[in-house]
Every structure is written in C-alpha cells, then in structure tokens.
Design a protein around this ligand. Structure first.
Ligand SMILES: *[C@@H]1O[C@H](CO)[C@@H](O)[C@H](O)[C@H]1NC(C)=O
Ligand SMILES: *[C@@H]1O[C@H](CO)[C@@H](O)[C@H](O)[C@H]1NC(C)=O
Ligand SMILES: *[C@@H]1O[C@H](CO)[C@@H](O)[C@H](O)[C@H]1NC(C)=O
Ligand SMILES: *[C@@H]1O[C@H](CO)[C@@H](O)[C@H](O)[C@H]1NC(C)=O
Ligand SMILES: *[C@@H]1O[C@H](CO)[C@@H](O)[C@H](O)[C@H]1NC(C)=O
Ligand SMILES: *[C@@H]1O[C@H](CO)[C@@H](O)[C@H](O)[C@H]1NC(C)=O
Ligand SMILES: *[C@@H]1O[C@H](CO)[C@@H](O)[C@H](O)[C@H]1NC(C)=O
Ligand SMILES: *[C@@H]1O[C@H](CO)[C@@H](O)[C@H](O)[C@H]1NC(C)=O
Ligand SMILES: *[C@@H]1O[C@H](CO)[C@@H](O)[C@H](O)[C@H]1NC(C)=O
Length: 363
C-alpha cells in the first residue's frame, strides 16, 4: 500500500509551480508492505519515503536509489525472511540524502536464524545487513540494528558521509552463536565521519578497510574485537590515509585498538591517529599493530607500510591473560606515541619492526 500526500504550500498557484518545476520533490510517501514496484515508484516520485514495518522477502535486497535531496525514514520494525546468501539486506545510494530511523524503529535482522558460531567460516552463508554504496554528501542518523547475521554496516565507494547516533545491538550473539558481526566497515570511501555510535557485538566495532579523510569519534564499543584500521591489502583499493579515531571507549573486548595489514600484499597506511581512547577489561591485546594478518608464523610480516602513526592519550587495562602492546610490522616509519599507558596484561610477546628511535616498546 502506498499513500502519497502532496504538500500544499500556499495554495494552487505555488503548488502548480512546484508541480511544474519539481513535482518529483513534492511528495511524502509511506510504504507499509514490501512491493518492488511501489518502491521504484516512490524512488522516482517522492521527496520523503517512509518504510513502515516492512518484511522483506527471502533473498531480496531492499534496494533504494534515492532522488537527490531525498529523505528515507525507517519506521516500525523491519525484518527480512531467512535465506542463505551474502546479501546485502539493504543497499542504498544517493546524493545529498538523509537516511534515518524514527524513534520507535528497529532493523531487526534476526541474525540468530543464521548464526552457527562460525561466522564467515560456517556452512551457512550469512548476508551483510546495511550497505550504502556511492553515497555522496549524505547523512545516516538514528539507526538501530539488532542481531546482524554478519557485518552490520558497510560504507562503500562513497564520498561525504556523516553517520551518527547508530546503535548496533548484537548482545544476543554472545550466547546464540553470533560471529563476524562487525559494526561499521569503511571501504574505498573519502570524507567519512562516524560519530556517537554504540556497538555491542562479536567482531570489529569499526574497521577502516580502506579510505581517506575518515573521522571516527565518540564511540562506545563492547564485547567485540575493538576498533581497527584494516585489514588493509589484497583488495582492489588498498590505501588508508588521514584517519582520526578519538574519544572511544572499548570495554570487555578481545582487542582495544589495532592496525592490521594483510600478509604478502601491497598498499599503504598513512597518517592514522588514535587519541583519547580508554580501554577496559581487554582479553587479548590492548594495542596490536600487525603486518602479518593472515600469517601468524613467527617473523612473518607484510610489506604494507604504516607511516605517520600517532597514538595520544591511550589508557586502560588488559586482563592478566592478555598482552598490553604487541607490534609486528615491516617498513614502518614516523610513529609518534605519547601518553600511552596500558596495564594489566601479563603475557609478553616479541615485537618486530618498531621504527628506530621512536621510543616505543612492547610490554
Ligand atoms: C550495492 O548496489 C550497487 C549498485 O547500486 C552495486 O554496485 C553494489 O555492488 C551493491 N553492493 C553490494 C555489497 O552488493
Ligand atoms: C564532507 O562530507 C560532509 C558530509 O557529507 C560534507 O558536508 C562536507 O562538505 C564534505 N567535505 C568536503 C571537503 O568535501
Ligand atoms: C593527517 O590527517 C589529519 C586528519 O585526520 C589532517 O588534519 C592532517 O593535516 C594530516 N596530516 C598530514 C601531514 O597530511
Ligand atoms: C590528507 O590530508 C592532507 C592535509 O589536509 C591533504 O593535503 C591530503 O590531500 C590528504 N590526503 C588525501 C588522500 O586526501
Ligand atoms: C584522555 O582521554 C580521556 C578519554 O579517554 C579524556 O577524558 C581525558 O580528558 C584525556 N586527557 C587528556 C590529557 O587529553
Ligand atoms: C582529547 O581530549 C582532550 C581533553 O579533553 C581534548 O582537548 C582534545 O580535543 C581531545 N582530542 C580529540 C581529537 O578529540
Ligand atoms: C608465512 O610466513 C612465513 C615466514 O615468513 C613463510 O615462511 C610462510 O611461507 C608464510 N605462509 C604463508 C601461507 O604465506
Ligand atoms: C617498503 O615500502 C616501500 C614503499 O613505501 C616498498 O617499495 C618496499 O618494497 C617496502 N619494503 C619491504 C621490505 O616491504
Ligand atoms: C598508568 O595506569 C595505571 C592504572 O591503569 C596507573 O596506576 C598509573 O599511575 C598510570 N601511569 C601513568 C604514568 O599515568
């Protein structure tokens, strides 16, 4: 069912002008059950599209190619029927658009239908949830995603994205077999800001796989694998440059903060800064910088250089069974670490490749 309301702004004359000049931008449309034709129609004709309580059929992507300047609002509870595939469940593109959730909304992926405790290595293929692709100068805000089957959000091939006030709740995954439930992944994008997010999951809270001019700030990450740059290397685009991650609390997670570059690949990681990060009850590694991702044999390190790497005011605790700081890199240079104070971990690892004269030590 589709309801179209044309906004009447000052009588027939103005409405007539609006209709003639930009009739496509004058409609507010609400869709209350999944119908591809209605969605295509709304994409063309509506300035504001509200998707209210949709149940998306099995194996179908909720695909939206929004008009310039359009607003997309999720309302009620959105669900997807179970299907074994890699998704995505949502794929949105547009310019100057705003994607948001109404206060009561929930994107309830019901990932427990797919979870088998094995994530991407399991026999069940699991869809990624929410993808924005080629998004330009746009906002994603106030989105709640529950129990993602696999990665929750991908920002890919986009330029100019502000994502804020996003809540990823995969707490159930702790007891029901959730794995690889990444919060945010950023791929091949420029000018991305991710702020005021809360992620409770079983993998990276945020992972910057590639991208330039990325800001991540004011985040709370619980239960997962911490905040990551990477893994970098081995894909079509393997550049990470100008990334600032700050004011982040990571609690009860496997790692605090990481940079990971894939073994035996090319690419570069330049000008990454982590600042004002607090860690609490980290299980494995407080800080882990590794160029051997995918090959953990002793001495194996990739060639992806990590340059201009700043850590400032990083503090907190690792459990006794973990390691405070672990570094295994090659080709690294220009590192600046100040006010780094991670304590509690009792397992000492041997480090490789720390830039000379940087004063940084493993502990
Ligand atoms: C999202 O849709 C675009 C086309 O608009 C496509 O190129 C891209 O591959 C899709 N993303 C995923 C993850 O399927
Ligand atoms: C970066 O993206 C934001 C949000 O879309 C936009 O407002 C801003 O103009 C962009 N900045 C540049 C330098 O393109
Ligand atoms: C490093 O990135 C920051 C943004 O995170 C930027 O302000 C700064 O100018 C960059 N430094 C260099 C040397 O490019
Ligand atoms: C990184 O930031 C610096 C300083 O703002 C800028 O000159 C450079 O172009 C940026 N790099 C990229 C890849 O945007
Ligand atoms: C260090 O970071 C914490 C947040 O993690 C912040 O509360 C504190 O003010 C920062 N201290 C300095 C000296 O920047
Ligand atoms: C880190 O915290 C200090 C003290 O609160 C603040 O002055 C500084 O701006 C913060 N840094 C960032 C990148 O937010
Ligand atoms: C892992 O690294 C070791 C040491 O450099 C090397 O001998 C081995 O071939 C590598 N394994 C793989 C799978 O690349
Ligand atoms: C170090 O990085 C440079 C590019 O910055 C590359 O040419 C060189 O092969 C790398 N060296 C190693 C040992 O990986
Ligand atoms: C480092 O942190 C510990 C507690 O986590 C604290 O006892 C110690 O004083 C701190 N050291 C410095 C130099 O700030």
């Amino acid at each position: 069912m589709i309801k179209m309301k044309f906004l009447v702004i000052g009588g027939p004359l103005i409405l007539g002008i609006l209709a003639a000049v930009q009739s496509t931008l004058a409609a507010t449309c609400t869709i209350t059950s999944y119908n591809e034709d209605l969605i295509k129609d709304a994409e063309k004709n509506c300035a504001t599209i509200t998707l209210n309580g949709l149940s998306v059929p099995a194996g179908v992507t909720l695909d939206l190619n929004l008009n310039e300047g359009a607003k997309l609002i999720f309302q009620g509870t959105t669900t997807w029927e179970f299907f074994e595939w890699d998704g995505p469940l949502v794929n949105i593109t547009g310019t100057n658009v705003e994607i948001s959730g109404a206060p009561d909304h929930l994107l309830d992926v019901r990932g427990n239908l797919w979870w088998d405790g094995k994530g991407e290595d399991g026999d069940i293929i699991k869809p990624v949830s929410f993808v924005v692709h080629g998004l330009q100068n746009s906002i994603i805000r106030d989105i709640n995603i529950k129990n993602p089957s696999f990665h929750a959000i991908w920002i890919e091939k986009s330029d100019g994205v502000l994502a804020q006030d996003v809540y990823v709740d995969s707490i159930d995954g702790d007891t029901l077999g959730g794995k690889n439930t990444d919060g945010f992944n950023v791929w091949t994008s420029n000018n991305v800001t991710i702020q005021r997010i809360r992620v409770y999951n079983q993998d990276d809270c945020v992972a910057i796989k590639s991208g330039t001019n990325v800001v991540v700030k004011d985040c709370y990450c619980s239960g997962g694998h911490g905040v990551s740059v990477g893994s970098v290397g081995g894909r079509v685009y393997n550049i990470v440059e100008n990334v600032s991650l700050s004011n982040i609390d990571v609690v009860n997670s496997d790692n605090g903060l990481r940079i990971k570059t894939n073994y035996g690949t090319t690419g570069s990681v330049t000008n990454v800064t982590y600042e004002n990060v607090t860690l609490k009850d980290i299980n494995k590694f407080g800080i882990r910088i590794h160029g051997d991702y995918g090959n953990h044999s002793a001495g194996a390190t990739g060639g992806v250089p990590i340059k201009e790497f700043t850590l400032k005011n990083i503090s907190g605790t690792v459990k006794e069974t973990g390691t405070n700081v672990y570094i295994q890199v090659k080709n690294a240079s220009d590192w600046h670490w100040t006010e780094v104070n991670i304590t509690g971990g009792k397992v000492i690892q041997e480090c490789y490749g720390i830039p000379e004269d940087s004063g940084i030590t493993c502990c």
